[in-house]
Design a protein around this ligand. Structure first.
Ligand code: ADP
Ligand code: MG
Length: 538
């Protein structure tokens, strides 16, 4: 026997749930209501475009206002409006998206691609997070329809009555609840509008001023834009930052839709790196500046904007990580960034080298954390030597191979982590005709390990880790100017003076130019120490 039925929802319980749990950010009610107003306006334009609306469009601004005395926030648009029937259909059904319905209905009618924002939240009902009563007064754009008024106090009961409204469009009035009176402060409202609505595609007016830029440059074609445009937009996003080094304009339609601009910021040192400077939008509505999972970890150091309607916004973090689109977006962004860097390197190596100090952290961090990025970056990552000359892996190999190969055919790359403190060792190596790399930042200590792992038949040695002649062992037959007994005696004296079992004392004195006594710490010991100092972080 089978029994079927409907699961019932006790709707009188739903508003407290909405209010308390659905969003921790109550402020997003404004995002939802203003984006509905924008949608209604875009729909009107769309219907105008296909001849279903033939009247005057007139001024299409969305107006937001606060009345502190009356304790209301009002949002007015001149979009398509709603009849009483439409209000019943669209508003009274929670979780039914009229936006989805509209897009479905008109998708085959040509014209512009989908501009409707629609659902990414609870939508209209988020109003009840801050209001204890909500009014809708609306007049449809269709001739011969009557205006209507809908009122609801947050219970499951609503009332619809006739209304007087001359103008086409919708006015939403929120009667702000006592615990949400912060939203009656104009500064608070302005801040929220600036956060979520700054780039909405229809003008939004608050306190007599348009608060948004309806045509941000990421929505345009790169060919329409100048360097100045990109720099000005950067200033608009981060008024207090130095000009960016360069940028990447993202623009894909398939297999997912994504636009945006990523900037390489100018950074003075590694400790200044700031994450979460990329802003995530969906159809020009700000969603979050937590882009983790959408952008690969190492690119979270970039700045800019990503806009994609294909990133699911209502799911938990773990779902986001597993989402197929999000994975594709992640891969796409990584590839774009690598391609751009490669492009600059190939076309303008001088600029690339000039900016190396600022970009090397991204590149090394990327190579360390993402194999695919490593594969691309290995052709343009630069190794800088103590003379400040930059070489690619290939170039450096060619430069050092003849002189720095040991008796087992291994290429030995020498590096210094502190050119001042290790000065004597660097000098001695240079005197031998060896080249010494400068790998002296926190990220470099990890990068060294990666190089050893990735570069074939290559080892890296810190220039002071052994006596110069042992760094690159070519043969065993070098003669010292001292005999063995003399060496032993000198060694003993130094060992007693140092009294540290980790230090090695080597009395070499191979030639009169060298220091006769060299005190070193074995490479592995030193790396352990470096690592514990760097906190093992990555
Ligand atoms: P969504 O935007 O995803 O459709 P909402 O809950 O935000 O969901 O809105 C429900 C529906 O109510 C909308 O799709 C639209 O049909 C209607 N609506 C809401 N606000 C307005 C408005 N300002 N003008 C016209 N219709 C509106
Ligand atoms: Mg909506």
């Amino acid at each position: 026997m089978e029994e079927r039925g409907n699961i019932s929802i006790h709707t009188e319980n739903i508003f407290p749930i909405i209010k308390k749990f659905l969003y921790s950010d109550h402020e997003i009610f404004l995002r939802e209501l203003v984006s509905n107003a924008v949608d209604a306006t875009q729909k009107l334009k769309r219907l105008g475009g296909i001849g279903e609306f033939t009247g005057e469009q007139g001024d299409l601004k969305v107006v937001v206002s606060v009345d502190k005395e009356a304790k209301t926030i009002t949002i007015t648009d001149r979009g398509i409006g709603m009849t009483a029937e439409e209000i019943k259909k669209y508003i009274n059904q929670i979780a039914f998206s009229g936006a989805t319905e509209f897009v479905e209905r008109y998708k085959d009618q040509g014209g512009e691609k989908n501009q409707i924002i629609g659902q990414f939240g609870l939508g209209f009902y988020s109003a009840f997070m801050v209001a204890n009563e909500v009014e809708i007064i609306s007049k449809s754009f269709r001739d011969g329809t009557e205006p209507a008024r809908w009122v609801c106090d947050g219970s499951t009961e609503f009332a619809i009555t006739e209304a007087t409204k001359e103008d086409r469009g919708t006015t939403i009035i929120l009667h702000i609840a006592e615990d949400s009176e912060e939203f009656l402060e104009t500064e608070r409202v302005r801040t929220v509008l600036n956060k979520y609505c700054k780039f909405l595609p229809v003008e939004v007016e608050f306190e007599g001023q348009v608060i948004n830029n309806p045509n941000p440059i990421w929505t345009k074609q790169p060919s329409e834009l100048t360097d100045e445009d990109y720099k000005n937009f950067y200033k608009e996003l981060y008024p207090f930052s130095e000009a960016p080094l360069f940028w990447i304009h993202l623009n894909v339609d398939y297999p997912f839709n994504l636009t945006g601009i990523l900037y390489f910021p100018k950074i003075k040192n590694e400790f200044e790196l700031q994450r979460n400077k990329i802003q995530l939008y969906s159809r020009q509505v700000f969603i979050t500046d937590e882009v983790k999972d959408v952008v690969p970890e190492f690119l979270m150091l970039l700045h800019g904007v990503i806009d994609s309607p294909d990133i699911p916004l209502n799911v938990s973090r773990s779902f986001l990580q597993a989402d197929a689109n999000v994975k594709k977006i992640n891969t796409y962004i990584t590839k774009k960034v690598a391609d751009k860097l490669n492009d600059i390197f190939k076309k303008d190596r001088e600029t690339f080298e000039k900016n190396w100090a600022d970009i090397n952290v991204f590149i090394k961090y990327g190579m360390l954390s993402d194999d695919k990025f490593y594969e691309k970056a290995k052709d343009f990552v630069l190794l800088q030597n103590t003379e400040g000359k930059n070489h690619t892996f290939e170039e450096y190999k060619a430069l050092t191979q003849a002189n720095q190969t040991d008796k087992t055919e291994q290429l030995v790359l020498l590096y210094t982590t502190d050119a001042d403190k290790q000065h004597a060792y660097v000098e001695a190596a240079l005197n031998r005709g060896y080249d010494v790399l400068k790998l002296d930042t926190v990220i470099d200590s990890h990068f060294i390990g990666l190089l050893e792992q990735k570069l074939e038949k290559t080892t890296l040695k810190r220039v002071d880790s052994e006596t110069i002649d042992k760094l690159i062992q070519k043969d065993d037959t070098k003669e010292s100017v001292l005999n063995d007994t003399e060496k032993e005696e000198i060694k003993k004296v130094y060992e007693q003076a140092i009294n540290n079992q980790h230090m090695q004392v080597e009395v070499a004195a191979m030639s009169p130019d060298d220091a006769p006594v060299v005190i070193t710490m074995p490479e592995f010991m030193r790396r352990m120490k470096d690592m514990s100092r760097a906190g093992g972080g990555g």
